[in-house]
Design a binder for this molecule. Structure first.
Ligand code: ADP
Ligand code: TRP
Length: 343
């Protein structure tokens, strides 16, 4: 009997910041390591999803590889046979199942997808592609090909998970048991817990979350920042005039954010950090401690990234892709038979 599957698409690029790292990547990698005894973990690079907005095609190969490298530098193990790391476009069944499923999905239900509505509203009409519109069906194929049960994704993907369930139930109702229906969103939350809830705030403006879409970048620490740049950003972080280190998000959001960051760097709770530095009256001294630890973290991360063995990563990708083609083709054949394309 094969193990139940946890599956997620992992996107990364050169713009990753410490919010993405501590808020999304590390929890995902932790989860993969913790659950891999009982589950098959699929972490794939959704390269076919790269074209929904215009991109620089000459950079795509490098960014796909960078995607894998960043996760490996963050601790994703390459030697765990239950954790699969693969590129979507190397498993052609994703594309083929999408073409088939397209015929069983209504325009109306797709037009309700809020991510499509938001993204298309921001583009001029001639730049809104069919690919952008069809993205949720490709995502459903990504999930259904592997009989995945749990799909850890951010809240913005909830609707796509629901349409995946709808498609699976519809196809099963019409053609017999073709697909595993992923668990409902509420069950997903229960399963993964609320560990992904923490939001690192912008250092310059702690009322908003740290985000790559901030134009100035002053309050955002990128994984590619030099240790010195990061140090400066922490030293000039917005605080308050209370001159007392306290963990009080309501009244001292800036200093509380810096406590959160130090807690993440050390892998301890904010309460533990707060207890250690409680009441310290010179913010500059406290910031310096955090700035130094951040600089050290970036130095270590960047040197891990630079010393990765690309050949080993490529071997892992190719191994996983071989295995995934087998699983995905089995599902695809089942669908082809059910709808009459194969006998
Ligand atoms: P951004 O806002 O920088 O564009 P994305 O929306 O691409 O980030 O988010 C990618 C992942 O990183 C999501 O899972 C999201 O929850 C997480 N994430 C983004 N910003 C933060 C943050 N400031 N703190 C914690 N996690 C974050
Ligand atoms: N759409 C997801 C995102 O934007 C990435 C993704 C693509 C994905 N296919 C998936 C996630 C399948 C989970 C399962 O983050």
């Amino acid at each position: 009997m094969s193990k139940p599957v946890i599956l997620t698409g992992i996107r990364a690029n050169n713009d990753l910041h410490i919010g993405n790292y501590f808020g999304a990547m590390l929890p995902m990698i932790d989860m993969a390591k913790r659950r891999s005894d009982e589950y098959d973990i699929h972490m794939f690079i959704p390269d076919l999803h790269s074209f929904t907005a215009p991109i620089d095609h000459s950079q795509l190969q490098a960014s796909i590889m960078n995607n894998a490298r960043v996760y490996v530098a963050a601790g994703l193990p390459l030697d765990n046979p239950s954790i699969h790391l693969y590129r979507q476009s190397y498993v052609p069944a994703h594309s083929e199942l999408t073409v088939l499923l397209n015929n069983f999905v209504g325009m109306g239900e797709m037009e309700r997808m809020t991510q499509y509505k938001d993204k298309s509203a921001r583009l001029s009409n001639d730049r809104v592609s069919v690919g952008l519109f069809d993205y949720p069906v490709l995502m459903a194929s990504d999930i259904l090909l592997y009989n995945a049960k749990y799909i850890p994704v951010g809240d913005d993907q909830t609707q796509h998970l629901e349409i995946t369930r709808d498609i699976a139930e519809r196809m099963n109702g019409r053609f017999g048991e073709l697909f595993t229906v992923p668990e409902p969103v509420a069950k997903q939350h229960e399963f993964f817990g609320k560990e992904q809830g923490l939001r690192i705030k912008d250092l310059a403006d702690p009322s908003k979350k740290m985000s790559k879409s901030d134009e100035t970048g002053k309050g955002v620490i990128f994984l590619s920042d030099s240790p010195d740049e990061a140090r400066k950003k922490i030293m000039s972080a917005t605080t308050d005039d209370k001159a007392s280190v306290n963990y009080d998000k309501e009244n001292q959001p800036g200093i509380s954010n810096i406590i959160d960051i130090l807690a993440l760097l050390r892998g301890v709770t904010p309460a533990e950090v707060a207890a250690e530095y409680q009441g310290m009256d010179r913010y500059g001294d406290f910031k310096k401690i955090v700035a130094d630890e951040m600089a050290q973290f970036l130095t270590d991360f960047q040197s891990r990234l630079a010393s990765l063995n690309d050949a080993a990563i490529l071997t892992k990708l190719e191994e996983s892709e071989r295995a995934m083609n087998e699983v995905a083709n089995t599902t695809l054949r089942r669908v082809q038979k059910a709808i009459g394309l194969r006998s």
